[in-house]
Design a protein around this ligand. Structure first.
Ligand code: ZN
Length: 176
């Protein structure tokens, strides 16, 4: 019996159900953390998150200035992690509402980017295009954002997250 040695930070060492130390076991495909008592394999997958491309006029996108760490003060696309029990589209619209107070009812999937992040581990970000929303007068930074601004393409701020940059490149390449 081999005790499971996590290959990366934040990996599991103990069973979340019974608390026993996990062992390394083969699930038919590869070696994975396993709890012999619960007969359960532990699978590590990228964590799903969303980001919003809120478009005004032809080439203006909405950016939110982060009020929280990491990268406090930097400008990013509004978005956040998907919660259990909601669709990814609902997550995008909820995050938009929480960060900007904009209410939208339609979000169109642009594409997906997956990266290993030193802070949150592996993350899979779904980019959604949002072109219609209720009154812009209600727009105000909320929870995680300290300021909100629309930027034209040639004035866009540098974004700190490579997944967002990759999705911005995709957005530009698609010419939506
Ligand atoms: Zn267990």
């Amino acid at each position: 019996m081999t005790i499971y040695v996590p290959p990366e930070p934040f990996a599991w060492r103990f069973c979340g159900t019974c608390g026993r130390e996990l062992i390394a076991a083969h699930d038919g495909q590869s070696e994975r953390p396993h709890c012999p008592a619960c007969r359960r394999f532990y699978y590590r997958n990228p964590v799903p998150a969303t980001c919003c491309f809120v478009r005004r006029a032809a080439d203006e996108l909405l950016f939110a200035q982060r009020a929280v760490h990491p990268c406090r003060g930097d400008w990013t696309l509004p978005g956040g992690f998907v919660e259990l029990g909601e669709t990814t589209e609902e997550a995008a619209l909820r995050e938009l509402r929480e960060e900007t107070n904009l209410r939208a009812s339609r979000a169109r999937l642009i594409g997906v980017s997956t990266k290993q992040s030193p802070v949150s581990g592996a993350i899979m970000v779904l980019g959604y295009l949002i072109e219609e929303w209720e009154s812009e007068a209600e727009m105000r930074p909320d929870t995680d954002a300290m300021d909100l601004r629309f930027f034209k393409k040639d004035e866009r701020p540098r974004v700190p997250f490579s997944v967002h940059q990759e999705l911005l490149n995709l957005y530009d390449a698609l010419g939506l």
